[in-house]
Design a protein. Sequence first.
Length: 645
Amino acid sequence: MNSTFESADILGVMAKEDDIQSILGKQSIFVNKNNVLQFYIRIISQTPASLSPDVIYVNAFCDNEFTEQWGFEDDEYGDRFERVHNLREFLKKSLLIFNIVRYQSDKQDYYNARKVRMIAAQPGFSEKDTFYPIPIFSEKTHKIDYSTFENYLYYKKYVGEISNLSNDSEDTPTYVLWKDSDDNYIVFGQFEKHSHAMGGFRFSYKYKLCKMVMKSNWLAESYFKEVQNLAFISLRISEEIDKAFGKGEFHEISGKNSDESEYRENETTSKQGSNVNETEFIQKFVDQTRQLGLHYAPKDLINFHTAMKTSNLVILSGMSGTGKSKLVNAYMKTIGLNSDSKQYTFIPVSPSWADDSDLLGYADTLNMVYRPGDSGLIDALISAEKNKDKIYIICFDEMNLAKVEHYFSKFLSILELDVLQRKLQLYNESISAKLYNSIQYPSSIDIGDNVRFVGTVNIDESTHHFSNKVLDRANVIELEVLNFSQLFNQYSYNDMKHSDKKVDYSKEYLEFIGNTSNSGLTESQLDLLWKIHVAMNSVDNQMGVSPRIVKQINEYLNNLPDNDYLTYQEAFDLQIVQRVFTKLRGSEDELNSLLGNYSNNKSIEETTDGELMKKLEEFTEYDLRHSKDTILKKAKEIHLYGYTL
């Protein structure tokens, strides 16, 4: 079962004693074997499609986080009956908002509530009520004004993210809300389907899009201010809204307030304005590298920037002494971060690291405390979970001094999941209530799309090579060493003047994603990737071009910024090298049919009879120079050494 429900906010109420006794044969509130108050919550809101409809009750725990946040005082040495009574009195007039986490065992699945929050029940609340979650968009949260939001809905464009709402395709809300600066709410609908991507949600209506100001009684009987970016509306109010829509009380949006041609023009102008910001960012990045004494081609820097925007893991490769770590430092400074900030964490990798506890830390059950690793990684990830609108960069220096597959294993598994499912488990939640610092270090951390991992590597006898599991998730960039004649020349990205004043891009950075005029993969490019996959896969069924890689190349090309140095065509060429040909490793017997026979005739190097070079030559739209050079280089390694790395 898909577990996208784990990010969604759910509404519930303390379960009744009689119901739990008759259904589960247990008490609704009790002191468990760990001396922690445990209680059952009954779900009263519509649940995500990915959650089994049989899940009606979930476990919750009165742990340290709950007691400290909501002020409930539990005497763990007191009388058990009194403790149960006190919690029942404490909860009886409240509703509970929470997330659900599933634990699987051989016998059955267990569902627990996490991040439990309390809200006061409305005066007319009935436990028979059912509620529906409806997303709330606003200028403050989503950085678009009302007119733009309405146009985005009308033209079925992405309107922004609601992280605590299920994005499952079966969970389309019939209505969405806009909240203005005066706390007025406007309801839009009716929607029949939606899609979800980097830009958040995009809603589709069938025949017409309509809107209406929410009536005061609708607001009074629902929950709007208690949950960030989400409202819970009762079934009765939902039916009233449906009736108002059916009676024509809604106002139909025709798009005439900003007709399509005008809207497209405004959209282009807006995009160009945003691209100016990204262009300025790139200029500052190039200049920052110069100030740090680095010497890279602008196209390499644009390649790195685009990879950082779209890849959760970027690996910088190259000979020692080229300044790979300083390049990451320059990028960090350009964004506006500093080495003292949790938004940038620099981690020197130790050759002694053997498993993920060396990096993440461990639960010390002898002293009942969680001991995080010395790297500062856990503190940074916890901060990132709380600040999803900010970018966080984690840099592993000399990443392959230890085996990445060992110390980075949990992240390799997490990074292949949808962003809403990326949960880093630090320790078993069952011991959370026992650990003294479980509030500071919870049992799990959500790894959002605002976290970027970057590693620097050298390839020599002191380092380990990457497995396909790592390469399948990483953009591996080999930095070019430029001619030394320009080494001491100081020059700017172009003649365009810009201020030396420091700019903080740490929040604006995430807006660069998806904000370009470039398109993704073409049919001919997809055809080439498929032919490369077939050729590689025929040699080794563990080698080839996975659907994940194709999607990520597409994402990379979609996010290539407008510039004068790295063209769309060359970017595609580099992606083949960085995402596909990194897997070409092995002996002559394994790879000869792919790489061909290397020869050097009168200083003219070439390779013949290789399947991959044939596929590249058959692609005639433009020259794939980087890909061909890589095949030639690897064919030469086979010729000289009998294997390639």
